[in-house]
Design a protein around this ligand. Structure first.
Ligand code: FE2
Length: 259
C-alpha cells in the first residue's frame, strides 16, 4: 500500500498547493491523508473546506489542538467518519480519534493522538490511549497509521519507539517544520518527527511574519493571519507498507516549492 501523508495544511495557499501536487503527482497513491486543523483561514476546519479537500482526493483527515477553532466543527465532526480529532481527548468530547477504511482490498486504520508537553496537559495519556486502540484494531486492520500531533521531538520519538512493531507508520505534525529523521524503526514502523506544513514559505509557520515578530518583541497578544504570498511549500511523506505483514518498506520525504 502506497500512502501519501500531508502534514498541516495552512489556509488557502496551503490548500491550493495540495491540489496542485495531487493533480500533477498524485497518481499512484492508494490513500491520501492530511492534517487539516489549520486548513480554514489558518485556524480550524469548516464543513465547506473539509468537503473541498475531500473532493480533491484526500481520504482521511487528522487534526490536533486547533480542530475546535471553528465552532461549526462541534456539529459536523460527529456526522462524518473520516475527520478525526486526537483520540486522547477525555470522554465526552465530540468526534472520533480513529477510523478504519478499506482501500483496494487493504484495511487501513488511522489513529490521531496528541502530545501533552507544552500543549495540553489535561489530555489522557497518548501512549496508554494507543494501547487500548491497538488492542481494538490489531485484528481488524492490515495497515495502522498514527498521526502524533505534538510539540516536542522527544515525546514524538518516545512514542515512535513505543509503537514500533505495532503501528505501520508514526508521523508527527503540529510544529510545521519538517524534520530530516525519517527512518524505518527496528520493528518495521516508518517514523518521522514532523512531516512539515504546506503553506506560505516566507512566513512564521504559515502566518504573516509581522504579528509573530511583534509578539516576540512586545509580549502582547496579536491576531495572526495566514500569509498568502508565494512561494508556497508543499511538504509530505510517501510511505510504502506491506499489507501482509503491516511493516513499512519505504519512507521518503517530499518537498515541492510552488512559485
Ligand atoms: Fe497543532
Amino acid at each position: 500500500m502506497r500512502l501519501l501523508i500531508i502534514g498541516d495544511i495552512i489556509g488557502r495557499p496551503g490548500r491550493r498547493a495540495v491540489y496542485r501536487f495531487l493533480e500533477e503527482k498524485g497518481g499512484g497513491f492508494d490513500v491520501v491523508l492530511a492534517n487539516v486543523e489549520n486548513a480554514a483561514g489558518g485556524f480550524g476546519v469548516t464543513k465547506k473546506v473539509y468537503e473541498e479537500l475531500k473532493s480533491h482526493g484526500i481520504d482521511v483527515f487528522t487534526s490536533g489542538n486547533h480542530i475546535w477553532d471553528k465552532k461549526e466543527v462541534y456539529e459536523f465532526i460527529d456526522k462524518v467518519d473520516d475527520l478525526l480529532r486526537p483520540a486522547n481527548y477525555p470522554e465526552g468530547v465530540p468526534g472520533n480519534g480513529f477510523c478504519v477504511c478499506e482501500k483496494g482490498g487493504v484495511k487501513l486504520g488511522v489513529v490521531n493522538l496528541m502530545g501533552r508537553i507544552f500543549l495540553e496537559p489535561n489530555l489522557d495519556n497518548p501512549f496508554r490511549t494507543f494501547d487500548v486502540i491497538y488492542e481494538e484494531l490489531k485484528d481488524r486492520v492490515d495497515v495502522l497509521v498514527v498521526d502524533f500531533h505534538a510539540e516536542t521531538t522527544s515525546e514524538k520519538w518516545a512514542f515512535g519507539i513505543y509503537a514500533d512493531g505495532r503501528a505501520s507508520v508514526v508521523y508527527g505534525t503540529h510544529t510545521h517544520i519538517p524534520t530530516a529523521d525519517e527512518f524505518i524503526l527496528k520493528g518495521g514502523t516508518a517514523y518521522v518527527s514532523d512531516v512539515g506544513m504546506t503553506g506560505a514559505w516566507y512566513s512564521v509557520i504559515g502566518m504573516h511574519y509581522k504579528e509573530p515578530i511583534d509578539r516576540f518583541l512586545y509580549a502582547l497578544p496579536r491576531k495572526f493571519k495566514v500569509e498568502d504570498k508565494e512561494p508556497v511549500v508543499f511538504n509530505a511523506i510517501e510511505v510504502e507498507v506491506d499489507p501482509d505483514t503491516g511493516r513499512a518498506l519505504k519512507i521518503s520525504r517530499i518537498k515541492e516549492m510552488y512559485e
